[in-house]
Design a binder for this molecule. Structure first.
Ligand SMILES: C[S@@+](CC[C@H](N)C(=O)[O-])C[C@H]1O[C@@H](n2cnc3c(N)ncnc32)[C@H](O)[C@@H]1O
Length: 313
């Protein structure tokens, strides 16, 4: 199942270097995509190394199966990385994983193929699911949810200032004609948005909100981070690449809490014994961004932020 759409891997060398791949280690790529990171991990693994890939997307899985047929060290499963704990347990890898990579969000083929229904630029069926066989599509959501719920999704996940107004327009229109196509929804959102930002389609934020909601992206991220921590061996690395501030905030707070404990969130004047908290991870380096060379070749990498941690206990 080759759709003909390609994905340029972001922070390829940097992410694999951050994993500090051991030749005989066992690694998890939570977001296989088209396997850019996976292939480089495999190049760094010896004959006894193993790599387990996850993706929700059937086209990514087809690419992964082709790779698995060529390379016996690699296996792919069609699951969310949120479930990596039960997959690791079933494979006898619980607590023995040498490194986990999460390169979050959608792949270029998902965005570029209008038939996947993510695009406000190219008309297609309003779907937006990474795994179209599970959950509800974006069309089902906008045609059935309450105005309040739609507004919450636009606001919380899209950071759209005019969320209520835009959700109201969606609900008013669907009563006469339900939404089926991306261009139709984009047009209604565009008309309802009173403040167009320069160089940005007025439906961008609402579409981002819908995509995050339909795929439970933030919920999966929180569950995936917890599962990664539990399943890493001591000394194992966690490498996460985020593409927007909502994701990066979750990653940053997750790592900070494991370094400083809950005390970090409390007022500074409380008599908390900081030394009572033993860090579970150490943070490796600073947040890393794509180089100028990379952003020139691949504009999508402009928003990428990579954070790396190592498990201490
Ligand atoms: C940015 S792409 C990854 C690209 C990949 N690193 C590469 O080099 O080809 C993100 C991929 O992760 C998948 N994905 C996103 N969230 C997921 C989740 N919770 N569980 C499994 N796969 C997920 C998407 O379907 C997409 O294929």
């Amino acid at each position: 199942m080759n759709s003909g759409f390609t994905h340029i891997t972001v922070l390829l060398e940097e992410a694999v270097e951050a994993l500090a791949v051991r030749a005989d280690g066992c690694y998890l790529d939570g977001t296989f995509g088209r396997g850019g990171h996976s292939r480089l991990i495999l190049q760094n693994l010896g004959p006894d190394g193993r790599l387990l890939g996850f993706d929700k997307d059937p086209q990514a899985i087809a690419t992964g199966q082709a790779l698995a047929a060529e390379d016996g060290r690699f296996v792919i499963v069609q699951r969310s990385f949120a479930e990596l704990g039960s997959e690791a347990l079933a494979r006898g890898l619980a607590g023995k994983v040498s490194g986990v990579l999460l390169d979050l969000g959608v792949s270029s083929p998902q965005l570029d193929d209008p038939e996947r229904g993510f695009s406000f630029m190219n008309d297609g069926p309003l779907d937006m699911r990474m795994d179209p066989s599970r959950g509800i599509s974006a069309a089902e959501f906008v045609n059935t949810a309450s105005a309040e719920e739609i507004a919450r999704v636009f606001k919380e996940y899209g950071e759209e200032r005019f969320a209520r107004r835009m959700a109201g327009a969606v609900v008013a229109r669907r009563d006469t004609q339900p939404f089926e196509r991306t261009a139709d929804l984009a047009e209604v959102l565009k008309v309802a948005n009173p403040a167009w930002e320069k160089g940005k389609n007025p439906a961008t934020r609402a579409f981002q909100g819908l995509r995050i909601h339909v795929n439970n992206e933030l919920g999966d991220l929180e569950a995936g981070l917890d599962a990664a921590l539990e399943n890493l061996e001591v000394g194992g690395r966690l490498v996460v690449i985020s593409f927007h501030s909502l994701e990066d905030r979750i990653v940053k707070l997750f790592m900070r809490k494991l370094v400083k404990g809950e005390a970090d969130n409390m007022p500074r004047n409380l008599p908390i014994r900081h030394q009572a908290f033993e860090p579970r991870i150490k943070i490796i380096g600073k947040a890393q961004f794509a180089s100028d060379d990379e952003t020139r070749v691949n504009p999508r990498s402009r928003s990428a932020v990579m954070r790396v941690a190592e498990k201490l206990r």
